[in-house]
Design a protein around this ligand. Sequence first.
Ligand code: SAH
Ligand code: SF4
Length: 386
Amino acid sequence: MPIDIKSQSREELQARFQSWEQPVYRVTQLLEWLYVRRATSWDAMTNLPKTLRAQLAEAFSLQSLELVRKQGSRDITQKFLWKLADGALIESVLIPANPALYGEASDRHTLCVSTQVGCAYGCKFCASGLDGWKRNLTPHEIVEQVLATERWNETETKAARPSAGGAPAAAPETEAAESRLINNLVIMGMGEPLSNYDNLLPALRLLNAPWGGGIGARKITISTSGLVPQIRRLADEPEQFRLAISLHGATDEVRQRIMPVNRKYPLKELTAALEYYQEKKDRMITFEYILIAGVNDALEQTQPLGALARHLRAKVNLIPYNKVEGLTWQRPSEEVCEGFLAALEKQRIPATLRREKGGDIDAACGQLRLKTERELAPPLGTMAPA
Ligand code: SAH
Ligand code: SF4
């Protein structure tokens, strides 16, 4: 399979076009087809000469994600299940910034994207790791989650609009730019983004580029379970991406119980890497802390958590656990969650408690995929003999 065109940087495309003796402006035209108009076929690129289109088709693939399932309705959190070229399933979650006006294209949203099929890190509470790790996503599969979601939105918006009459139709390129939906990214879907570093960074650069996704680096948050060497590597990159750490435990004892990664990178090493990150970036770090009943929700845990947050000037994001089918972990009561928040606030730690919206549509990462794969799997005993 040839490399996908949406895995290529502008520089790579320029070099290729130069070797084909194509003028530079052709690259600009191509990029507009890919990232502004979100074309899904070479034939659609009508202002490129046919011979060039044929050359491109021979050198690159042009894949788009196929929507297989969607949960949630317009104006609330929506979850997309995509099928990749090899049949693997991944998820993205679209979160509105504020109550959207029906059919209003100017409303901006956050997209939560996946970086791997499955996850190798096996956190005990998480649906993404339940069936293990299958493969890394390529840069274009990461980028396509944004484009495919925007394509879907464009179709929906058009369908919702009253039929033409009155104002003349906008030129296609204005329309595509207007319908740009996503201005915020959280890399918190399926997979451990920093273990797919070499595909993640090119993808984020394509999404960040003004000629690409146009999403500001400060509006891109990478969430990690705490891969120490890659946190240091990220600190040395020029971009100002935001960093979120899935902490979920403020002592090695608690963290180890639910996150095997803590054996490899215990809190002392993680803390040192985060100190380095802050030194280089001077940016606020976020701690994600899922509240799981009887595991990490005791009030005394707010002491080490508060101390760590103060030391690293981190903000704490408390998330009541989202039940995963087949796992026995439970979300604490509302009072326990509110009490935990209050104890952090008493220490003057900036903290928020997510009062879940997506819980009812399996919004936590990996859950829709797991459910769909299990539904699609042939019942035991019906598999054809090998
Ligand atoms: N692997 C990365 C990013 C993906 S997970 C990481 O671990 O940070 C994104 C976030 O969802 C993490 O904070 C993860 O701990 C959290 N999460 C996983 N399962 C969850 C569940 N059932 N309920 C609530 N949050 C969950
Ligand atoms: Fe992987 Fe993150 Fe889930 Fe842990 S929480 S299993 S690192 S996706």
